[in-house]
Design a protein around this ligand. Structure first.
Ligand SMILES: [Zn+2]
Length: 168
């Protein structure tokens, strides 16, 4: 049974047994930039309207990786076999953890074919680092806190003209 928990940093989180999500990324072949796929959270979730990784509460004794991909399947219909994990990180809130898995889709990902569970996510979108830096974009605060670490886990951007790497 899922439940709300107050973590040691004072947030209310859904999921007594921690939570996990996937950060799907791709390289935009026109710009050379890495972009991440975020979901906009539906009414009834914590912080509706904000953008975050796709994920949710873990079941008791569920491995974080299994839970993250279970949530992805439930919310988008996307299957685990199409993804490879390239990095992961844990946000530690004392008595509550959030596991983020950076995953790359094998081949093109057609968002128009995805049927969202709109009780959880109302929209999906690709965001470059520049787009994420826009202060007007309502990012989920937990995801925002994680960003400084996540950017080191994702591949660098590539300038398509000079082929030089730049920070993500
Ligand atoms: Zn917390």
């Amino acid at each position: 049974m899922d439940d709300w928990i107050t973590c040691q940093e004072g947030h209310k989180h859904f999921g007594r047994y921690n939570a996990a999500g996937v950060l799907i990324y791709q390289r935009n072949l026109q710009t050379g930039d890495i972009e991440v796929l975020l979901g906009q959270r539906a009414q009834g979730t914590d912080l509706p309207g904000t953008w975050s990784t796709i994920g949710g509460a873990l079941d008791k004794d569920e491995e974080p990786e299994d839970g993250a991909f279970r949530e992805l399947l439930e919310e988008t219909g996307l299957e685990r076999t199409h993804f490879g994990i390239t990095a992961w990180t844990t946000a530690d809130h004392g008595n509550w953890l959030y596991f983020t898995f950076c995953v790359e889709h094998k081949g093109d990902l057609d968002l128009t074919k995805i049927k969202l569970d709109t009780n959880e996510i109302t929209a999906l979108g690709w965001f470059s680092r520049q787009a994420l830096d826009d202060p007007k974009l309502p990012l989920h605060p937990g995801f925002k806190d994680n960003m400084h670490e996540l950017k080191f886990l994702l591949p660098p951007n590539i300038n398509p003209t000079t082929l030089e790497f730049s920070e993500w």
